[in-house]
Design a protein around this ligand. Structure first.
Ligand code: NAD
Length: 320
C-alpha cells in the first residue's frame, strides 16, 4: 500500500499521507524510518528541531542500500528552525541538515514558525530550541521577506525542490505572496476536529497552496507532553461522532480522523511505531466518508489549539 499524491504549485507530486518524525527517539528512529518505508510510506516529515535527522538519514540510507526504494521515490520534508531566519544563516543550516540526512536536496523545506530568534551556533547548541541556557528568548530582526528570499535561493541552488511555510496566519501569507518570487507550495498547520481553521484553509487552498495537517488526533499528541489542556479535553478516539463513522465503515477512529482530512485534499503525517497502526494510517484514501459524516465532524470545532508557544511557557502569541 502506498499513498496517492497531490500536485504542488512547484510542479512536483507530494504523497497525501506521510510519516511524522516529531518525538521519534534517537535510539529507534533509523529502524522506524526503515520499517515505515517497508510498509509503503514515501513522505517523511522532519525538522532540525526534532533532533533526529542523522538517524532519519541512517534509516533512509539503509532502505536505499537494500533496494526498498530509490531516492526519487521518497519525499523528504524538513524545516528551518527559528534561530536560522537571518538571510545569511539559511543556506549554511540547510546544508548541515542535508549532510545529517545524507541527502543532496530536500523535496520540501518549510519555515517552521514565523518567529525569528537570534542565531545560535550549531557547534554550541543543536538543536537550539526556543530559549537559551538562561531560559530566555532572544529575537532577531529578520523579516519574513528576508528569510523567504533565502529560502528561494535554496530552490535556485537545487538544495530544495519546493519550499513552504508552517504555523503562518492568513495575514502573514497575504504579505508573503506580495513579494514571493517562488510561492509557498504548502502550509503545514495544526488541524483536527477541535481546531479546524476553516477560513485559513479556504483562503490558502484558493491560492493554490496545499495544506498539510499535523496533530490530526488532537489532544493525543499533547498528552504525551503532559499539557493540561490536552488532559482536560475528551479524546477524539472515543467521540461518538467519530466512533459511529468508524463502525459504519469498518475503520478505526484514527482512520476516520485522517480520512476527514485527506478527503478534502489535506495531507496528513501521523506517526506510529506499532506495525498495525503504521499500516492502518496509510489506508486513509480510496474509501469515502459520507457527506453527512463530514458535516458532523465539521460541527466539532472548538477553536482549541495545543501547539502554541504560549503552551510551552513562551509569551510569543503568534496565533492571537
Ligand atoms: P501524531 O499524528 O503522531 O499522533 C499522536 C500519537 O497518536 C502518536 O504518538 C501515536 O502514538 C498515536 N497514534 C498514531 N497512529 C495511531 C492509530 N492508528 N491509533 C491510535 N493511536 C495512534 O501527532 P503529532 O506528532 O503531533 O503530529 C504528526 C506530525 O506532524 C509530527 O510527527 C511532525 O512531523 C508534524 N508536526 C509539525 C508541527 C509544526 O509545528 N509544523 C507540530 C507538530 C507536529
Amino acid at each position: 500500500m502506498s499513498s496517492p499524491v497531490v500536485k504542488l504549485n512547484s510542479g512536483y507530486d507530494m504523497p497525501l499521507v506521510g510519516f511524522g518524525l516529531w518525538k521519534v527517539n534517537n535510539e529507534t528512529c533509523a529502524d522506524q524510518v526503515y520499517a515505515a518505508i517497508k510498509a509503503g510510506y514515501r513522505l517523511f516529515d522532519g525538522a532540525c528541531d526534532y533532533g533526529n535527522e542523522k538517524e532519519v538519514g541512517q534509516g533512509i540510507a539503509r532502505a536505499l542500500k537494500d533496494g526498498l526504494v530509490k531516492r526519487e521515490e521518497l519525499f523528504v520534508v524538513s524545516k528551518l528552525w527559528n534561530t536560522f531566519h537571518d538571510g545569511d544563516k539559511v543556506e549554511p543550516i540547510a546544508r548541515k541538515q542535508l549532510e545529517d540526512l545524507g541527502l543532496e536536496y530536500f523535496d520540501l523545506f518549510l519555515i517552521h514558525f514565523p518567529v525569528a530568534l537570534k542565531w545560535v551556533d550549531p557547534a554550541e547548541r543543536y538543536p537550539p530550541g526556543w530559549a537559551g541556557a538562561d531560559g530566555k528568548i532572544t529575537f532577531s530582526n529578520a523579516t519574513i521577506q528576508e528569510t523567504w528570499q533565502a529560502m528561494e535561493s535554496l530552490v535556485d541552488k537545487k538544495l530544495a525542490r519546493s519550499i513552504g511555510i508552517s504555523n503562518f496566519s492568513a495575514q502573514l501569507i497575504m504579505d508573503l505572496l506580495r513579494h514571493a518570487r517562488i510561492r509557498p507550495a504548502t502550509l503545514q498547520i495544526e488541524h483536527h476536529p477541535y481546531l479546524q481553521q476553516k477560513k485559513l484553509i479556504k483562503y490558502v487552498q484558493n491560492e493554490g497552496i496545499v495544506i498539510t495537517a499535523y496533530s490530526s488526533f488532537g489532544p493525543l499528541s499533547f498528552i504525551e507532553l503532559n499539557m493540561d489542556s490536552a488532559h482536560n479535553t475528551p479524546t477524539l478516539f472515543e467521540h461518538n461522532v467519530i466512533t459511529s463513522a468508524a463502525n459504519k465503515h469498518g475503520k478505526s477512529a484514527a482512520q476516520v480522523l485522517l480520512r476527514w482530512a485527506t478527503q478534502r485534499n489535506i495531507a496528513v503525517i501521523p506517526k506510529s511505531n506499532d506495525p498495525t497502526r503504521l499500516a492502518q494510517n496509510l489506508e486513509v484514501t480510496g474509501w469515502n466518508l459520507e457527506e453527512s459524516e463530514i458535516e458532523a465532524i465539521n460541527g466539532l470545532d472548538l477553536g482549541l489549539r495545543f501547539n502554541d508557544p504560549l503552551n510551552y511557557g513562551f509569551y510569543i502569541p503568534i496565533f492571537a
